[in-house]
Design a protein around this ligand. Structure first.
Ligand SMILES: [Zn+2]
Length: 103
């Protein structure tokens, strides 16, 4: 599993293909994740204390991690990452250019 919270990723498949966003949450099991602004679904809310007017909101739904790739700021595209150890810490780097993709 190469994706973590706060990573910048790009969407490879589906309605939001090509979109880029930040991982908001990786779901238990690590196979699905919620990406900022990606896979928006419309939710109809009932009136509640938090939301006295109720109404319709757009909210991100989880997307399969296999449809995501880590985005490399230097290559400007989704890339594979390799892991390496640097000074005792694990670092993930772009396989193409070697740029760290840690955030
Ligand atoms: Zn790169």
């Amino acid at each position: 599993m190469n994706i973590r919270r706060n990573d910048n990723v790009v969407v490879l498949r589906g309605r939001d293909r090509g979109k880029q966003g930040k991982i908001l949450q990786v779901l238990a099991g690590g196979e699905r994740a919620v990406v900022e602004g990606v896979n928006l679904v419309t939710k109809h809310l009932k009136k509640s204390q938090d939301n006295p007017k109720g109404g319709i909101i757009k909210k991100e739904a989880a997307i399969a991690v296999s449809n995501l790739m880590v985005f490399c700021a230097q290559c400007k595209k989704g890339v594979r990452v390799k892991r390496s150890l640097e000074g005792g810490t694990r670092v993930r780097k772009c396989k193409r250019c070697g740029q760290s993709v840690e955030v």
